[in-house]
Design a protein around this ligand. Sequence first.
Ligand code: FER
Length: 311
Amino acid sequence: MQRSHQSTWASIPLLLALSLFASAQEPQTGGFGPVNLGPDDKAAYAVPPEDFLAERDDTPHGKLEMIEYDSQSVGTTRKMLVYTPPGYSTEQQYPVLYLLHGIGGDETEWRRFARPNLLLDNLIAAGKAVPMIVVMPNGRAQKNDRAEGNIFSHAPAFAKFEQDLLSDVIPTIESRYSIATDREQRAIAGLSMGGGQTFNFGLLHLDKFAWVAPFSAAPNTKKPEELIPDVDDAKAKLRLLWISCGNKDGLIRISQNMHQFLKKNDIPHVWHVDGNGHDPQHWSSSLYWFAQEVFQPADAPEGDSKGESAE
Ligand code: FER
């Protein structure tokens, strides 16, 4: 109950912004189009349990901290939110998930939409997720990086974030925390604009990321042929390409198009289409399922509660 209440309110500014954009910028659709579902466009996972974002007294809690870094590429001091798992210790080296927000968001958006610290605390306590660090940076690489004014005019700054991520964000995290720096220990995921960034930065930097998970990817996603110029190289380097979208999301054609390209080229991937729209329910649910697959050793047994879902 609490979750849907919270998520409903959290989504209002975004939905308002998107509908204002739709009417002001492109009278037709604002990039959102009709949904045409095909036979492949179905759920690969169930709906998460009701209490997946619950704060439990009997569960060890990780830490969420807002840190600052000097970005050479943007020329300002910027913020990012960092989750360290329960029992974080410099005796260990942790894998890192870089988790990116949407066009109306900033470094606080995932915290508002999905309570990622509690989601991870609960999965780690249940032995369903590997202890990991989750970094939620600000994907709008411009001097004023607040989600103010016409947020759609910030699209170029979302593209520029590629440099900030690679040359400022990642080195900062790897210098301040105890991190496993191998590409197999680095993942990128994101929602909407952050989903497009995930496709673009993840697939074009497979030397950096082995796990790539775009949710509800936006029209900033580059063409599949551009992102995967070398099919064999992608097949060899990707540990997991995990794509999701809601079946009521007017941006679904972008992910469908990518799925068809991957299928045609025999590139293994997950394609999960649930019953949501372009909304926090889809994003928290996607994070819940992806978090259980990312960084798992290759020979790990399947998690217990995956399974087809009739939605
Ligand atoms: C667009 C429609 C939606 C677009 C971006 C979005 C760049 C992003 C939405 C989001 O991040 O939620 O036409 O163009």
